[in-house]
Design a binder for this molecule. Structure first.
Ligand code: ATP
Length: 235
């Protein structure tokens, strides 16, 4: 569904991604893990079109994404839930969700989609009239995920949904992701620093270090890898 081949990208003079290739199959849950500054967010920004690669190719469902402007990519079915949640604080929960339904597919599916989002994330239904800025961090993260789902995507890209959350709340978010995956069969790509939880939730993983993919495999392979165990799982 999503294929990156030899992607190099960065910011003006700073190269970040170096020859990154990855492949995400429809229905797969893929985790991309790695330390601070490895380029995980830059990778997502390159897929969503905020950062333009200097080399390489990106295809989504066979379409050359580099020929598609960033603003048009959500309409292909790519939802990017950004790092730091970035909900609209002075809009209500419901208004935030409506903003998420800006794609043609999101508008068309709105009625059934909002019911599904409220079933998956009931706290959003309870708080639908509350200003998003007054939600707790965990609730804001659920809203950011709900807003992504409101676009009726085929691919949901989640940038560090556990960031800044207490461990119990982060665990709850990971459980929700597994539930969303099971209920919707959506393709999910998750970027995370919480490696143990991310590899627990996903089927397949990539380890990104200093802008390069240094390891990839299914979750059992990665969790059994000595380097992953030492560097990321504290074993
Ligand atoms: P983290 O988990 O800390 O968010 P990350 O793996 O997502 O890290 P990126 O945010 O992709 O890493 O950053 C990779 C490198 O690019 C870092 O050195 C960062 O300082 C740099 N960088 C990120 N955004 C910009 C920008 N807009 N302009 C210049 N450099 C940037």
């Amino acid at each position: 569904m999503l294929r990156l081949e030899g992607v190099c990208a960065g910011y003006s003079v700073l190269p970040v991604l170096n020859d990154v290739s990855l492949n995400v199959e429809a229905g797969q849950f893929v985790a991309i893990v790695g330390p601070n500054g490895a380029g995980k967010t830059t990778l997502f920004k390159t897929i969503s079109g905020i950062v333009r690669p200097s080399a390489g190719a990106i295809h989504f469902e066979g379409v050359d994404l580099l020929g598609i402007p960033a603003a048009a990519r959500p309409h292909l079915g790519i939802a990017h839930v950004p790092e730091g949640r970035q909900v609209f604080p002075s809009l209500s929960v419901m208004e935030n969700l409506e903003m998420g339904a800006f794609t043609e597919a999101g508008r068309r599916a709105w009625k059934e989609n909002i019911g599904r989002i409220f079933t998956l994330l009931p706290v959003l239904a309870e708080r639908r009239h509350q200003f998003a800025g007054t939600l707790s961090g965990g609730e804001q993260q659920m809203l950011a995920i709900g807003r992504g789902l409101a676009s009726a995507p085929k691919l949901l890209m989640l940038d560090e949904p556990s960031m800044g959350l207490a461990p119990a709340i982060a665990d709850f978010i990971f459980e929700k992701l597994i539930e969303i995956r099971t209920q919707t069969r959506l393709t999910i790509v998750l970027v995370e620093q919480r490696v143990a939880e991310a590899l627990e939730s996903a089927d397949h993983g990539y380890v990104l270090e200093a802008g390069r993919v240094v390891l990839e495999g299914n979750k059992e392979t990665l969790r059994a890898d000595d380097r992953v165990r030492q560097a990321y799982l504290g074993m």
